[in-house]
Design a binder for this molecule. Structure first.
Ligand SMILES: [Fe+2]
Ligand SMILES: [Fe+2]
Length: 304
C-alpha cells in the first residue's frame, strides 16, 4: 500500500506522463492508464475507478507534471477572465509548491508569477477583483493570493521595474510558507491563541526563512523579507525585535497586516472595512512609527 499514493479525483485529467493505477478487490494495484496517455473522459466515465493512485517512484514526475498542467490551466482561465477559477488554480499551485518546497514545482513558482503578470500586470480592476474573490474554505491560500495581488497593484502604481515587481510578488505569495510546518490547529483556528500557541505561531517567520534559504531557489532578499515580515520599524515586532528592515519586508509587512485586518475574520475580532483598516494602520504609522510613511501613503493611493 505504501508504494502507491492516492491522487485527487479532480486532478486525474492532469496526468499524462505517469501511469495511473486502481486498487482491485483483492487489494492488488492494477494499471488503469499507461504512461504517455491522458484519460479520455467521454469513453471511460462509466468504468473509471472510484480512487486512483500513482506509484511512489513516479511522484517527482507527477508533481512536476501537475504544476505544469496547473500553469497551462491558469493561462487559459486568465484569458477567459474567469476570476474564481484563476484564484482556485492559484490556490492549488501555491499549496502544492509550499507543501513540497524541495521539489521542482517550488522552483517553478516564478513561471506562475509570470503567467499572472502577463494576464494582469496592467489591469488594476482585475487585480483588485483577484484580491477580493474569496477562497473561503482555504484561508491560508486566500491570504497568500490576496497579498500577492495587492503587492502587484502597489508595484504597478509605483512603476517598479518588472524584475523587482516579480520578485516582490513571489515573496508575498510564499511569505507565510513557515506556517506549513506548524500545527494546523494553531494556523487555522478561529479563536484567540493562548500565549504558548502564539509563541509557536511566531516561529513561522524564521521557519519560512530557513526553508526558502535551504531551497537555494531564489534571491537572498526573498528569504530575508520572509524572516522580517512581522518586524516593525519601532522594534516591536518579531522574531528578533529589530528596527532596521529591508524595503521588501516593510512593504510585505504592511500589506500583510492590511489583508489580515480586512479579510481574516476571527471569533474574537470582526474584519474591518478598507477605510477603517487604513485609519487604524495610519495611527500605527504616525503615532507609533511601526510602518514606513511613504509606503503607507502609496498603498492608500493605489488601494483607493
Ligand atoms: Fe506571517
Ligand atoms: Fe501573512
Amino acid at each position: 500500500m505504501d508504494d502507491f499514493i492516492l491522487i485527487k479525483e479532480s486532478q486525474i485529467h492532469y496526468y499524462q506522463a505517469v501511469p495511473l493505477y486502481y486498487k482491485a478487490d483483492n487489494g492488488d494495484f492494477v494499471l488503469y492508464k499507461p504512461k504517455g496517455q491522458r484519460i479520455n473522459f467521454s469513453q471511460e466515465a462509466r468504468t473509471r475507478p472510484a480512487q486512483t493512485y500513482i506509484h511512489k517512484d513516479d511522484n517527482q514526475v507527477a508533481i512536476t507534471e501537475l504544476q505544469k498542467s496547473f500553469n497551462t490551466h491558469l493561462h487559459q482561465c486568465l484569458r477567459a477572465k474567469d476570476l474564481p477559477k484563476v484564484k482556485s488554480i492559484l490556490g492549488d499551485i501555491v499549496k502544492e509548491a509550499m507543501t513540497h518546497p524541495f521539489d521542482p514545482p517550488f522552483k517553478e513558482l516564478p513561471e506562475t508569477i509570470d503567467i499572472v503578470f502577463e494576464g494582469y500586470q496592467n489591469n488594476t480592476p482585475l487585480l483588485k477583483n483577484l484580491a477580493e474573490t474569496s477562497l473561503k474554505n482555504r484561508p491560508t491560500m486566500d491570504h497568500a493570493i490576496n497579498t500577492m495581488a495587492m503587492t502587484m497593484l502597489y508595484c504597478n502604481h509605483c512603476k517598479l521595474s518588472t524584475e523587482d515587481s516579480r520578485r516582490l510578488a513571489l515573496t508575498t505569495l510564499i511569505h507565510d510558507i513557515g506556517k506549513t510546518r506548524l500545527d494546523s490547529n494553531i494556523v487555522i483556528t478561529n479563536r484567540k491563541l493562548t500565549n504558548p500557541e502564539f509563541t509557536e505561531y511566531k516561529t513561522h517567520a524564521a521557519i519560512g526563512h530557513d526553508i526558502v534559504k535551504e531551497t537555494k531557489a531564489f534571491d537572498p532578499s526573498v528569504s530575508r523579507a520572509i524572516l522580517e515580515h512581522h518586524e516593525r520599524l519601532d522594534g516591536s515586532g518579531y522574531p528578533r525585535g529589530i528596527a532596521h528592515l529591508s524595503f521588501e519586508a516593510q512593504l510585505i509587512g504592511l500589506i500583510d497586516s492590511y489583508e489580515y485586518l480586512t479579510h481574516q475574520e476571527k471569533a474574537h475580532r470582526k474584519t474591518k472595512t478598507p477605510f477603517e483598516t487604513l485609519n487604524f494602520i495610519k495611527n500605527e504609522v504616525i503615532c507609533e512609527g511601526k510602518y514606513n510613511k511613504t509606503i503607507f501613503k502609496e498603498l492608500c493611493t493605489c488601494l483607493s
